[in-house]
Unconditional design. Structure first.
Length: 307
């Protein structure tokens, strides 16, 4: 159904993916820095981003601007102000990273961790960094700053949001191209492609009952919407062939969705480490964390961007 139009849609949004990644990338770097900081402060045997501190300060924890310079590719102009020479980065540090970012910002994953020296999906990076952060935060007697953990969480949430905003628009266009035009009038959404499929199907039934549409139309609408909502591939191509699925993978669409999911897992697990603030004592014991992620597929690349 309108496959040619969908192909045009996906070709037209390739540059959008670059922009989405560029918007999320600074927040990913901030999150990675806090994972590094947790490792350094907790005294684990080895941290990520080994060598980020200049030789004159070898053996010291590096600052955020040094961390960024260590990871980003050489042709990416980065001129941070003095304020970015900090160990508590936040949104104020985003401007210098994005000011002269290349059309497709990249950082060297093997500079982040030596094991990231061959091509693999970015989800593996996110999973591995989460595992490193969890390991550090679970070190006995280590008491990380609550503010640092919350900033790490906020950075991941912002990165996730930036990625989702691009995907949401694409999904909505794909939905309109996939289901009957009249069926779209009954789709219940918050305007950001967060759909309420149950309410959508109910509204179609109500329209049939009110004789606004025929029973046959209602069944056709519901079948198309159910197929779209239950099959992730159908959100891209109505009936994907093997060649089309390979095209999807090459464009990074499905990987983009997996990254969003892994970021959600990251937020949930980091939240387990936030110390609840009590009006009486100020602190309470930290909740345990876990590192399981059996439902996540792994992924990266050798001097890769965050696809």
């Amino acid at each position: 159904m309108r496959l040619f139009n969908l192909l045009l849609l996906w070709c037209s949004v390739l540059s959008t993916y670059v922009l989405a990644n560029n918007r999320s990338l600074p927040y990913e770097l901030i999150y990675f820095y806090y994972a590094y900081k947790f490792q350094w402060e907790s005294g684990v045997e080895r941290t990520i981003a080994v060598g980020c501190a200049p030789s004159s300060n070898k053996g010291d924890m590096c600052y955020f601007d040094q961390f960024v310079k260590h990871l980003i590719e050489d042709n990416w102009p980065y001129n941070p102000p003095t304020a970015d020479h900090t160990t508590t980065p936040g949104k104020d540090q985003v401007a210098a990273i994005t000011q002269k970012i290349t059309s497709s910002g990249r950082y060297y994953l093997k500079q982040l961790m030596a094991q990231f020296s061959h091509e693999m999906p970015f989800t593996v990076v996110l999973e591995t960094i989460l595992d490193a952060a969890n390991t550090a935060l679970n070190v006995e007697k280590y008491k990380p700053s609550n503010a640092d953990i919350k900033q790490a969480i906020k950075s991941v949430q912002t990165a996730q949001s930036e990625r989702y905003e691009t995907y949401a628009g694409i999904e909505d266009e794909a939905l309109q191209m996939t289901i009957p035009a009249a069926a779209y009038d009954y789709v219940s959404s918050d305007g950001k492609a967060n759909y309420d499929w149950y309410e959508t199907l109910e509204d179609i039934d109500k329209a049939v009952y009110a004789e606004k549409i025929t029973n046959a139309q209602g069944e056709e609408f519901k079948a198309a919407i159910l197929d779209f909502s239950q099959n992730i591939d159908a959100r891209i191509f109505p009936t994907p062939t093997d060649d089309e699925i390979e095209l999807i993978k090459r464009q990074g669409i499905l990987e983009h969705l997996r990254n969003i999911r892994v970021m959600g897992t990251t937020v949930n697990e980091l939240n387990n480490h936030v110390v609840a603030e009590s009006a009486a004592s100020g602190d309470s014991p930290r909740a345990p964390s876990y590192c399981g992620s059996d439902d996540v597929e792994f992924a990266f690349s050798d001097g890769s961007n965050s696809e």
